[in-house]
Design a protein around this ligand. Structure first.
Ligand SMILES: [Zn+2]
Length: 295
């Protein structure tokens, strides 16, 4: 599908309405697509069913619409694509890079070390490879990727942050592909979907920057292209903590979509004027091009 045409996406989880931070991510990905004359897709990341809130996906789409951010193709739901994730995992098993893990959450919590963000807000410690060579009589719970560490970090150049590197084997360990509750892990699903949808550029919040090396590793193992990445600054709460739906960030005030867009633009370092949403988006696209450069 890579014919040189830019394809970007915004991929919210339907755990509640957009908040100020998620509008920033949506706006950044939309502006980058427009600045490149490309297409902008919306993918609803609804795999974690217990966290989904009924009606939230439609609420998000309605909020985006009020801000003039409309997808160029039909919206895709991850819950309809689980066969693709299963096929990718099967491929990793067949090349000896995925294995079952029988460790319980308690086993994992007892491990020393700082938690590693799994991209879903569930911290886990660096996995020491307990089940690498077999389950030792335990029942299989989750599936993990066998990360072979030879000391070579995964490195990539972020369009805003520059050269980044991470030694996944040391800093993350063998990470989960399929959770004990049968839910496909964010890392696997996002890699499969970005490739299947021909995504050339991932523009998302900096909270996901540490997930990127895991995704690049999976892309390489699955023979998939690596998109370009741009991680945008995080919008922080007044007390400096990260805004998220989980930490109770208040819903976005869309009584004036233009004001909401201007606040989101300011968080991206874009100050521009416009008397209506469409005009503001036009001038914001120019400002974005000046800042982040149409390639
Ligand atoms: Zn294990």
């Amino acid at each position: 599908m890579d014919d040189g045409v830019y394809r970007g996406r915004f991929a919210p989880s339907p755990t509640g309405p957009l908040h100020a931070g998620s509008l920033v991510a949506a706006l950044a990905s939309w502006l980058d697509a427009r600045a490149h004359g490309g297409r902008w897709l919306v993918r609803i990341e609804d795999l974690d069913a217990p966290r989904n809130v009924a009606g939230a996906a439609q609420t998000i789409l309605d909020q985006l619409d009020r801000c003039g951010l409309r997808p160029d193709e039909p919206v895709v739901l991850q819950s309809g694509r689980t066969a693709l994730y299963g096929a990718a995992q099967q491929r990793l098993i067949s090349i000896g890079r995925a294995y079952p893990c029988g460790c319980s959450r308690r086993d994992l919590q007892r491990l020393a070390g700082a938690p590693v963000d799994d991209g879903e807000g569930r911290g886990e410690r660096v996995y020491p490879g307990t089940c690498r060579d077999g389950l030792g009589g335990k029942a299989a719970r989750s599936m993990r990727l066998r990360v072979n560490g030879d000391g070579t970090p995964v490195s990539w150049t972020d369009r805003r942050l520059g050269l980044r590197r991470q030694e996944v084997a040391r800093d993350v360990g063998d990470f989960v592909l399929e959770r004990a509750d049968g839910v496909w892990a964010y890392q696997l699903a996002v890699v499969v979907d970005d490739a299947a949808q021909g995504i050339t550029d991932v523009v998302r919040g900096e909270d996901l920057v540490d997930s990127t090396p895991r995704q690049i590793l999976l892309q390489r193992l699955l023979g998939l292209p690596t998109p370009r990445y741009l991680h945008t600054p995080l919008v922080l709460a007044a007390d400096g903590s990260k805004l998220s739906k989980q930490t109770g960030a208040t819903a976005l005030d869309l009584s004036s979509p233009l004001d909401a867009l201007q606040r989101a633009g300011a968080a991206l370092g874009i100050e521009c004027r416009g008397s209506a949403v469409a005009a503001w988006l036009d001038s914001a696209t120019d400002a974005w091009s000046a800042r982040f450069g149409a390639r």
